[in-house]
Design a protein around this ligand. Structure first.
Ligand code: BES
Ligand code: MN
Ligand code: ZN
Length: 484
């Protein structure tokens, strides 16, 4: 979606606060009120485009004292959906300035809602079935805000491009995105933005001693790839943030085979990898003055005569041994090596891992919140500011020694699948064993990375969560009380 400042198309979208009347529209609003057609309630729409209709799409922003970025995202998602129903491909947004919210924030959130309304993964549909979508949006803005709006639109465009990249990778079936093509996609998207992308194949992964990663990968006919993406926006003496994404391009469960119904969506089990690649795109395109290194250990979890087995005891790159109670708890096994590699070989000062790790996080939080586990509260607090700014909800799970004890093994140092409940916490704390004491946050996006059905202002399929949180975290300085 293209954003600009000015006017475009035959219709405009006008956001309206509840029970208020935009200047010059007194007559229309008296009529709308009398007929109870429009009050400005959040997400409410009034639009009569046509031969003699008005060319203004009214959208309610809800109550003035509850006005926030989420209200803009939700309302503009609705407005974009209605505009597309009217077969508009270009539209002007007439954006008033309300004192309750920073104008930059409002512009970005409106753009985001419109973008989500137009997202389709329809490349495999025959031409006749495709419906027109909004392609170009121009913002008619308050005088004197050109500079602010220009930079806000540039930033949100870079973020939305990152989200779009994540989505296009996550929505692809496993026949299209497997380790080699995932690595290629990362190279193609990130190299032009100045990110160094290094891809290691089987022999190099063996040479690194990533035996846990290789145990999972070994049942598949597809070669595993270790994808390392380095962005240097600051000098080498500045610290580097490490991002690690779970990169299971398919998770059949292995010998702990999943039933068909839950296996069918497992092409999305590289949602963490997709998110860190998308975040790197947003970070590099915006030229953030930070150093960030992202790592993905990409493979498939399959069945074959070579595959690892339930009951196996394997070694990891760190030297710690792992008892495989369940081959379907494979994500943490690959991440053990990916995190250890990042902590010891990439000179990072902190690590965020992002993973579609457990069904248990869906039991706990559904599709609305990402679950988080951390060993550093200050880092977590910073991350929460970033996720708030991006409208990507995160819930921190408790993590203490009672849970830490649960992942300790008897036959091996660690257990990959633990009885006794709290599956998302124990999965996270399993990973903690490979962080080498670095500041660390684990994000379980099993419920938030891809939706079965639309929720709020996001359509079904890959969501792009948590690209915005990662972007704003890396950018830093997210205290909204200092907003314009
Ligand atoms: N990839 C799955 C988790 C998942 C479930 C992601 C649903 C998205 C939607 C993961 O590898 C897995 O299978 N986890 C097991 C762990 C268990 C065997 C300890 C699970 O959650 O059932
Ligand atoms: Mn699994
Ligand atoms: Zn998995």
């Amino acid at each position: 979606m293209k954003f600009s400042i000015g006017r475009i198309g035959e219709a405009r979208i006008l956001p309206v606060l509840k029970d208020t009347v935009p200047q010059g529209m007194e007559e229309l609003f008296a009529y709308l009120k009398e007929r109870e057609l429009f009050s400005g309630a959040k997400g409410e729409i009034f639009f009569d485009l046509g031969l003699h209709g008005s060319n203004t799409l009214l959208v309610g922003l809800g109550e003035a004292d509850k006005l926030d970025a989420q209200a803009y995202r939700q309302s503009f998602y609705k407005a974009g959906t209605e505009a597309a129903k009217a077969r508009l491909t270009q539209v002007t947004v007439d954006l008033p300035k309300f004192p309750q919210i920073c104008y930059r924030t409002a512009v970005k959130a409106a753009a985001e809602g419109l973008y989500h309304s137009a997202y389709r993964f329809d490349k495999y549909l025959s031409q006749e079935k495709k419906k027109p979508v909004l392609e170009e949006v121009a913002f008619q803005i308050v005088a004197g805000t050109e500079d602010k709006v220009t930079s806000a639109l540039a930033e949100i465009s870079n973020i939305l491009d990152g989200i779009d990249l994540t989505r296009s990778l996550v929505n692809e079936p496993a026949e299209a995105i497997y380790p080699e093509t995932l690595a290629k996609a990362a190279q193609e998207a990130l190299t032009p933005l100045g990110v160094e992308v290094e891809v290691k194949g089987l022999e190099e992964i063996k040479a690194l001693g990533m035996t846990a990663f290789l145990a999972v990968a070994r049942g598949s006919a597809r070669e595993p790839k270790l994808i390392i993406m380095r962005y240097r926006g600051a000098s080498e003496d500045q610290e580097t943030i490490g991002l690690v994404g779970k990169g299971l391009t398919y998770d059949s469960g292995g010998y702990a085979l999943k039933p068909a119904a839950s296996m069918a969506a497992m092409h999305t089990d590289m949602g963490g990898a997709g998110a860190v690649i998308g975040a790197m795109s947003a970070i590099a395109a915006s030229k953030l003055n930070r150093n960030v290194t992202a790592v993905v250990a990409a493979c498939e979890n399959m069945i074959s005569g070579e595959a690892y087995k339930n009951g196996d005891i394997i070694r990891s790159m760190s030297g710690k041994s792992i008892e495989i109670g369940n081959t379907d708890a494979e994500g943490r096994v690959t991440l053990a090596d990916a995190i250890y590699y990042t902590a010891t070989k990439e000179n990072v000062s902190s690590i965020i891992d992002v993973a579609t790790l457990t069904g248990a996080v869906i039991v706990a939080l559904g599709s609305h919140y990402t679950g988080a586990v951390t060993n550093d509260q200050a880092m977590m607090d910073e991350f929460k500011l970033a996720s708030d700014l991006g409208g990507e909800k995160v819930w921190q799970l408790p993590a203490d020694d009672d849970y830490r004890d649960m992942v300790k093994g008897k036959r091996a140092d660690l257990l990959n699948s633990v009885k006794g409940g709290a599956g998302s916490i124990t999965a996270g704390l399993f990973l903690e064993n490979f962080t080498e004491g670095k500041k660390w946050i684990h994000l379980d996006i099993a419920g938030t990375s891809a939706y079965d059905a639309p929720h709020g202002y996001r359509p079904a399929g890959a969501t792009g969560i948590p690209v915005q949180s990662l972007y704003y975290f890396c950018k830093g300085d997210n205290d909204q009380t200092r907003c314009c």
